[in-house]
Ligand binder design. Structure first.
Ligand code: GLC
Ligand code: CA
Length: 573
């Protein structure tokens, strides 16, 4: 059923990242669900989307919103049932939209039956061998087995109850509710093979594979070298040479790829893929290692998501992934937003639009002060207009298409991200980009997020929505001419008409100070990163016979040959 193109579908797909909890709530309990997704498939299709990547929707106690999986073979009760899932998948297929799931290999939940069994079993038992259980150091083993730090703050080890148990510790790269799985264990290997089969059988076309950097550890678990004081609380994990980007991880990914290939061998009509998630900005050797032909088909290129709004940085962020494409044939998977990162409108709305090159940039030092949201939204549109032109696939994050900003107005006691608690509030966490979507301007239904219950009542959304959220809703922006939504819809069409038809390659073109230029076949794209309009030199050799086909600022009237401030334009030549 997959269309026959010269390239596998994922190489230039437009993919919509759907954070189910915050997308649409069909039964008024304040939590998004599968029926909510079904009710809004038309909107997703209107963007020209090829696939939806669903954030984890497996049964989970939600300590890290589904990234703590209690059962890999079912659907979380609040979201629906497997039958609901199957129906959603079939309905998406009617819109020619494929479904990708989120696979969490590094850890499961403390509620997973294996972890419960491990706690009930003695040290050295097969039940414990699926995880990293170790004796502590020091007197009575009261010190953690090593000095590793969790990516969510605090030690990467938690001691199990000393009174009832034996006082061993277990490792968790993330929250304590997310015990790490040991993939050298045969049960763990078999589990993931079974997961692939189970979801491929249901019609899922691939997986976004979570947090690959920390899966596979140095077998001896040695202490990590001391880190400088300037290392952020979360970075400490990712510079640990015994935990991050280990060669042992690649053995796991080869096994995963074998599982996928075996499935395809038995079902040759299927085109299945895996995209790896890790923060490898400015580290092309890492992307190359993960996308070797026997591992992932794709890995996220977060470069443009992490770049400041500045010509040379944008150029490098664009060209590094393209250089990899040239060398290896593996096309970039571009992203401007996801559920872990402050929304692009807010990031680029700061005067200096500075983004630290850390895997998380949600901390409070990036304050809400000095954010010009209108400016940020223009730059976000300009950035989108750049990635829509580039070779590779695009991952949009829900709400990006209506220009949602980061939400800062969440009371401390309503914050849910474990990062907030584990760092004692030092890191504000990621809730601000996960606030339930506004679909209408109707406050009584949480701005259209919730469909009322049978008695007409609506429970408040699981994360509070800020004042004015309804003015940013789909309905509200749909009524505005030249809105971000218009620009995204147009970009979807422009991309099919003028970008994906071009060769899978692009090269920089120099147009002058503050301008980022790129040529892809007969398409020429120019970003004006400055605060003023710039008159282009239309005699430039790249612009011979050029016809303007798109501007990210359709509402800004400019003289022909002039590119508005903080905007991107497309020419065909
Ligand atoms: C990835 C996910 C993030 C999650 C973490 C642990 O980075 O994107 O949301 O908290 O892995 O699974
Ligand atoms: Ca619901």
């Amino acid at each position: 059923m997959t269309e026959q193109t010269s390239r596998p579908w994922w190489q230039d797909a437009l993919i919509y990242q759907l954070y189910i909890r915050s997308f649409a709530d069909s039964n008024g309990d304040g939590v998004g669900d599968i029926a909510g997704i079904r009710s809004r498939l038309g909107h997703i299709a209107s963007l020209g989307v090829d696939a939806i990547w669903l954030n984890p929707c497996y049964p989970s106690p939600q300590h890290d919103h589904g990234y703590d999986v209690a059962n890999y073979f079912d659907i979380h009760g609040e979201y629906g049932t497997l039958e609901d899932f199957d129906e959603m998948l079939a309905e998406a297929a009617e819109h020619n939209i494929k479904i990708l799931m989120d696979l969490v290999p590094g850890h499961c939940s403390i509620d997973h039956r294996w972890f419960i069994a491990a706690l009930a079993s003695p040290p050295g038992s097969p039940e414990r061998a699926r995880f990293y259980f170790r004796d502590g150091k020091g007197e009575n083993g009261s010190e953690p087995p090593n000095n590793w730090q969790s990516a969510f703050g605090g030690p990467a080890w938690t001691r199990i109850n000393e009174d009832e148990n034996d006082g061993q510790w277990y490792m968790h790269t993330f929250a304590r509710e997310q015990p790490d799985l040991d993939h050298t264990n045969a049960d763990v290997q078999q589990l993931f093979d079974d997961i692939f089969t189970f979801w491929f059988d249901r019609g899922v076309e691939g997986f976004r594979v979570d947090a690959v950097a920390g899966v596979g550890k140095h077998p001896d678990l040695p202490d990590q070298p001391p880190v400088g004081d300037d290392a952020g609380v979360l970075d400490v994990t990712w510079i640990n040479p015994y935990l991050a980007f280990r060669p042992e991880g690649h053995d796991i990914w080869r096994r995963f790829r074998t599982s996928v290939e075996n499935y395809v061998d038995a079902h040759p009509e299927r085109e299945l893929m895996m995209v790896a998630e890790a923060y490898a900005v400015r580290r092309p050797e890492i992307i190359k290692a993960f996308t070797e032909p026997d591992q992932f088909q794709q890995m996220f290129s977060f470069d443009l998501m992490m770049t400041p709004w500045e010509k040379t940085s944008i150029e490098r962020a664009m060209l590094d992934p393209i250089a990899i494409l040239r060398e290896t044939g593996v096309a970039p998977a571009w992203t401007l937003n996801n559920h872990d990162i402050q929304r692009v409108v807010t990031r680029l709305g700061r005067a200096d639009a500075h983004v630290p090159e850390s895997w998380t940039n949600n901390n409070l030092s990036l304050s809400r002060a000095d954010v010009d949201l209108e400016l940020g939204e223009r730059r976000a549109r300009a950035m989108a207009a750049l990635i829509f032109a580039l070779p590779g696939s695009l991952y949009l994050y829900q709400g990006e298409e209506i220009g949602l900003p980061e939400v800062f107005d969440i009371p401390d006691d309503r914050r849910e991200d474990p990062v907030f608690d584990r760092t004692n509030g030092e890191e504000i966490g990621r809730d601000g980009c996960r606030v339930p979507l506004p679909w209408t301007n109707d406050a009584a239904t949480s701005y259209g997020f919730s469909t009322p219950q049978a008695d007409g009542s609506v429970d408040g959304p699981w994360l509070p929505q800020p004042a004015g959220w309804g003015e940013r809703s789909l309905d509200s922006v749909e009524a505005i001419e030249n809105s971000t939504l218009d620009v995204y819809r147009t970009l979807g069409q422009m991309r099919s008409a003028h970008a994906v038809t071009q060769p899978q390659d692009a090269e920089p073109v120099e147009f002058g100070a503050g301008l980022v230029g790129v040529r892809r076949g007969s398409l020429v794209v120019i970003v004006n990163s400055t605060m003023a309009p710039i008159e282009l030199d239309m005699t430039h050799e790249a612009l011979g016979g050029a016809e303007l086909v798109f501007t990210s600022e359709p509402g800004v009237a400019t003289a022909p040959g002039t590119i508005p401030a903080n905007a991107t334009i497309w020419f065909t030549t």
